[in-house]
Write a protein of this length. Structure first.
Length: 111
């Protein structure tokens, strides 16, 4: 797992400059060799406060192979359930809005 933190810019508001304009904490994860598991978990927000939770398998200029999607989606769901129970984030997994473009994402069966 790797972790990246970034903050950028100043937001110009009616009450003056606010910092940071954007903040992002990103955790990337990869399964063992040949597992086809991988993704990025991000918490993004700004000076206003509320964070957005994002999990992705996005790649630049290419779709992830279906085999990677099939292996990674159950892990993503597990991460969401663990965040709910360990960090006390109520209803996280039930409020996740999944977007799959140009790939197959059949319903996941609960563990």
């Amino acid at each position: 797992m790797q972790y990246f933190h970034s903050e950028d810019g100043l937001a110009v508001t009616f009450k003056g400059l606010k910092s940071p304009a954007n903040i992002s904490d990103t955790y990337t994860y990869q399964g063992s060799s040949g597992s086809h598991i991988g993704g990025a978990l991000q918490f993004e927000g700004d000076y206003k406060g509320p964070l957005e939770f994002v999990q992705s398998m996005m790649r630049i200029n290419e779709r992830p192979p279906q085999q990677d999607i099939d292996a990674s989606r159950p892990i993503m769901a597990l991460i969401e359930r663990r965040l709910e129970s360990t960090c006390g984030i109520a209803n996280l997994s039930s409020n996740v809005k999944e977007r799959c473009q140009g790939v197959e994402c059949p319903p996941l069966t609960p563990p």
